[in-house]
Design a protein around this ligand. Structure first.
Ligand SMILES: [Zn+2]
Length: 477
C-alpha cells in the first residue's frame, strides 16, 4: 500500500484531493521556491530501506533500533538526514537512481552525517527552524488526512522552505569528511562504492536521462567539486569490495519499489511508456496495476495484480495491493481475503493490518456485520500499539468507538490523532481530559490519556498558548 500518511481513497471526494496533492508535488521547481511535501507510507518501501541500511548502520556503529527511515513524496532528486536519527529519501531519488548500489552509496553518506552528529548539531544551532520544518511535514500529512487540504499544503510548503535553507548550510569540508566515513562503511559492509561514485558523477554532470524531468536538489545541498569526487574515487577503488557484484535480491526489491512509485505517482501514459505491455517484470506489473487503479480501470488493474499473485501466491505486498484496489473501488468485502492473507504473510505488518482494519470498518457499514466491527477494533488496537505514526488508524478506531457509543475512548482516539499529527495542543489536551473523565482510573487507556494531557500541557506552555481560546475542533471527515 502506498498512502500519503494514510489511505483516504475509499472516501468520496478523497480521490480529487489526492490528485490535487500529486499535481502540486509534481510541479517541477527551479530550486529555491517552496514545494509541497508529504510523508508517504508504504510497508514494502519502509522494510526495504531498513534492510538496505542494516549492514551500513552496523558499520557506522549506530543503533538500528533508533534510526527511522522516511519516504517523502517529492519528485526532486534528494535525500537528507535530520536530528532524531531520521533519514529521508525523496520519491524522485528512487525514480532517478539507476540501481540499488547508488542508493547504498547515498545511504552510507547520510548515515555518515548522523554518526558525526551533523544533523544533531544542525538542530542545536537552529532549533526553532528545524523543529518547525520537520513537524510541519507531519502536520501537513495529518492535516490532509483530516480533510484540511489547503491548510495542510501551506504547512508543508512552509516547512520545506525552512528545511531547504538549513540543509544548504552544510559545509564542503563536512561533506568531504562525510564522504570518507561513507567509504569506510561501504568497505566494512563489503559493498562496492561504484554506485556512490557514479551517482555523484551523474549529479555533477546532470546526466539524468529520464522520461520524467527531475530536479536535482541533492546537487545543490551537496556541493560536489571535482576534488571531492577525485578524493572519493581513490578511497573507494582501494576497497576489496570494489569489484564485488551488487546483491541481485536487493536489486530486484529495489526495481519493484521503483515500479510501484512510478505507477503511484505518474500519469498512466507516462507509466505505460516507461513500462510497455510487453514488459512482464514484477516492477512493470506493479507500476501498471497502480497506474490503472488510479485511472479507475479496476478490471485491468486487477488483471495485472492477479498475474503477479499467480507468479508468487505468497507475496504479501501483491496481496496488499489487490486488497487496496478492491477496497478503494468500493468492494471492501472482497478486499478482506487478500488483506487477511497479506497480514498473515507479513507477520502482522502494521500498515497492512491498518488497511485490513479500514476494510473491516467499511465492510461492516455496508451490511449488518457487527462481527466485522469487533474484529476491526482488535486489529486496529494492535496496529496503534506497534506503529506510532499512523493517524489514520486512530481515525478509524475513533469512528468505531463513536459507533459503539464509547465517548471516552472516542475522545482518547481524537487526542492520540491530534497529538500524533502535531495539531493544536489545546484540542489534544481537551480531548485527553474528556477521555480521562470517563475511563476507569489507572487503566491503560486512562494512563495513555494522562500522558497526552501532560505532553499537551507542556506544549501549550512552550508555545505560550491561551487555553481559554481553544479553537473549535474541525471535523475529521
Ligand atoms: Zn551530505
Amino acid at each position: 500500500m502506498l498512502m500519503f500518511a494514510r489511505s483516504a481513497l475509499a472516501r468520496p471526494g478523497a480521490l480529487g484531493m489526492l490528485l490535487l496533492l500529486l499535481i502540486l508535488v509534481l510541479v517541477p521547481g527551479t530550486g529555491r521556491e517552496a514545494r509541497a511535501q508529504a510523508i508517504l507510507r508504504d510497508a514494502e518501501t519502509e522494510r526495504f530501506m531498513h534492510d538496505l541500511a542494516a549492514p551500513l548502520v552496523r558499520a557506522a556503529g549506530l543503533d538500528p533500533g533508533s534510526l527511522e527511515f522516511y519516504l517523502v513524496g517529492d519528485s526532486s532528486i534528494n535525500a537528507f538526514a535530520t536530528a532524531g536519527q531520521r533519514v529521508f529519501f525523496h520519491t524522485g531519488f528512487f525514480v532517478a537512481a539507476k540501481d540499488v548500489n547508488q542508493m547504498q552509496g547515498v545511504m552510507a553518506h547520510e548515515l555518515g552525517h548522523i554518526a558525526a552528529g551533523h544533523a544533531i548539531r544542525w538542530s542545536e544551532g537552529a532549533a526553532p527552524a528545524t523543529s518547525i520544518s520537520l513537524l510541519s511535514l507531519l502536520i501537513g500529512a495529518a492535516a490532509m488526512a483530516a480533510g484540511a487540504g489547503e491548510a495542510g499544503m501551506a504547512a508543508l510548503a512552509a516547512g520545506q522552505q525552512l528545511a531547504q535553507a538549513r540543509i544548504l548550510a552544510f559545509s564542503r569540508e563536512q561533506e568531504s569528511r562525510t564522504d570518507q566515513a561513507a567509504a569506510r562503511y561501504l568497505d566494512a559492509a563489503g559493498i562496492t562504492g561504484k554506485g556512490m561514485l557514479s551517482f555523484f558523477e551523474q549529479l555533477r554532470g546532470e546526466e539524468f536521462r529520464l522520461a520524467i524531468p527531475q530536479d536535482n536538489a541533492y546537487g545543490r545541498t551537496h556541493p560536489l567539486t571535482g576534488d571531492r569526487i577525485a578524493a572519493l574515487d581513490q578511497v573507494l577503488r582501494a576497497s576489496a569490495a570494489w569489484d564485488r557484484p551488487v546483491d541481485p535480491v536487493l536489486q530486484a526489491r529495489y526495481d519493484r519499489i521503483r515500479g510501484k512509485l512510478i505507477g503511484y505517482l505518474y500519469p498512466l501514459e507516462t507509466v505505460e511508456k516507461a513500462y510497455p505491455a510487453a514488459d512482464r517484470s514484477e516492477a512493470a506489473q506493479f507500476a501498471r496495476a497502480y497506474a490503472l487503479h488510479r485511472a479507475a480501470f479496476k478490471d485491468r488493474a486487477l488483471k495485472e495484480i492477479d498475474a503477479l499473485i499467480a507468479r508468487n501466491p505468497d507475496d504479501p505486498y501483491a496481496l496488499e495491493l489487490k486488497g487496496q484496489i478492491l477496497l478503494e473501488s468500493g468492494d471492501p468485502k472482497a478486499a478482506l481475503e487478500p488483506l487477511r492473507k497479506a497480514v498473515q504473510l507479513s507477520r502482522n505488518e502494521p500498515l497492512i493490518a491498518g488497511m485490513l482494519g479500514h476494510a473491516l470498518v467499511q465492510a461492516s457499514s455496508d451490511g449488518e456485520e457487527p462481527a466485522y466491527l469487533a474484529e476491526a477494533e482488535q486489529v486496529l488496537r494492535n496496529v496503534v500499539r506497534r506503529d506510532t505514526r499512523n493517524p489514520l488508524a486512530w481515525l478509524q478506531l475513533g469512528a468505531i468507538w463513536e459507533l459503539k457509543g464509547d465517548g471516552p475512548r472516542a475522545a482518547l482516539a481524537s487526542a492520540e490523532r491530534i497529538n500524533l499529527s502535531g495539531g493544536d495542543p489545546r484540542l489534544a489536551a481537551r480531548a485527553a481530559r474528556t477521555a480521562m473523565a470517563g475511563l476507569p482510573q489507572g487503566s491503560p487507556d486512562y494512563l495513555r490519556a494522562e500522558d497526552i494531557a501532560l505532553a499537551a500541557k507542556a506544549e501549550i506552555e512552550r508555545r505560550g498558548l491561551d487555553e481559554r481560546r481553544t479553537p473549535r475542533p474541525s471535523q475529521p471527515r
